[in-house]
Ligand binder design. Structure first.
Ligand SMILES: N[C@@H](CCC[C@H](N)C(=O)O)C(=O)O
Length: 285
């Protein structure tokens, strides 16, 4: 890596995590060819692959490409973006740097934190809200009894409405649920919806389960496209907050607690969303 950080190197890639969301980062800033993303993810067991290449935009630090463990590209990845920034600025001395990403230019600011863990704040673009799936009959098979009772009709799954579809460069479907999301809910709806034909045109969808327990606090679990459930998902955290703000359940700055740790999302009115949280090298072995 061009960074002078204590990164964990595995066959030329550095292994990082952002709030428990794990990545292999390949430094191709000098033109080095990237290894096969799916093979690296399989070997290392990480949640995604981030390729750094020379920037297209003058003044930018790098171009980033994001890949899921199945090898499919993703246009956005909040935690991968944060890890790439921490890798290039491990001591938080560069101020705000800019990245080319498939979803557009993104800024990142690393700040040295306690215990050598860097906190990174990145811009995530403006969320775009999508209409509900245009085939409610097909979709309803995942929400039995919704129309009549408002209840999932399945023991242990709780009560929730149809998902709110939010695009952060990558697609998300967010269920606002009435209790902390449990294994039964995530295990039942996550895989089914993620690969549902209604989302096939977009290459699948990331499925979030968000419990708003205070206007400034959400508990979130995400079943990611191309991965399965991850300990954290940065774009998923932004999607959950955007959805909760849209239905007036949250204020404009929210702490999102995922199994892997906490992220802060803020969305100034009319502007881009921002994602802040820790990024650190993964211990080897
Ligand atoms: N974990 C990432 C999202 C990675 C991409 C996602 N699986 C997709 O296919 O869109 C994040 O932190 O945003």
């Amino acid at each position: 890596m061009h960074a002078s950080s204590p990164v964990s190197l595995w066959h030329g890639v550095a292994l990082w995590h952002g709030a428990g969301n794990t990545f292999a980062l390949h430094d191709g800033l000098g033109g080095e060819p990237a290894p096969n993303p799916a093979a690296v993810c399989t070997e290392t067991g990480v949640d995604g692959f981030v390729a750094l290449t020379p920037p297209r935009t003058p003044g930018a630090a790098a171009s980033l490409a994001f890949f899921n463990p199945d090898g499919a590209p993703a246009d956005a990845c909040g935690n991968g973006l944060r890890c790439a920034a921490a890798c290039l600025d491990p001591h938080g001395t560069r101020g705000t740097i800019t990245f080319d990403t498939p979803a557009g230019l993104r800024t990142a600011t690393a700040l040295a934190g306690r215990g050598g863990v860097v906190q990174v704040r990145v811009s995530m673009g403006k969320p775009r809200f999508r209409p509900p799936p245009d085939d409610p009959l097909a979709f309803a098979e995942f929400l039995p009894n919704q129309a009549s009772t408002g209840d999932s009709g399945r023991p242990g799954l709780g009560t929730f409405g149809p998902p709110i579809r939010v695009d952060l460069g990558n697609p998300h479907a967010v269920f606002l649920v009435d209790e902390a999301p449990g294994d039964a809910l995530v295990g039942a709806l996550g895989p089914a919806l993620q690969s549902h034909p209604l989302f096939a045109a977009g290459g699948g969808v990331n499925v979030g389960f968000a419990f708003v327990h205070r206007p400034d606090a959400i508990t979130l679990r995400v079943f990611e496209r191309g991965v399965g459930e991850t300990a954290s998902c940065g774009s998923g955290a932004c999607a959950a907050v955007a959805a909760a703000i849209a239905v007036r359940r949250c204020v404009r700055q929210v702490i999102v607690a995922a199994p892997g740790g906490e992220l802060t999302v803020d969305w100034p009115a009319g502007g881009e969303m921002f994602l802040t949280g820790p990024a650190a090298p993964l211990p080897l072995g």
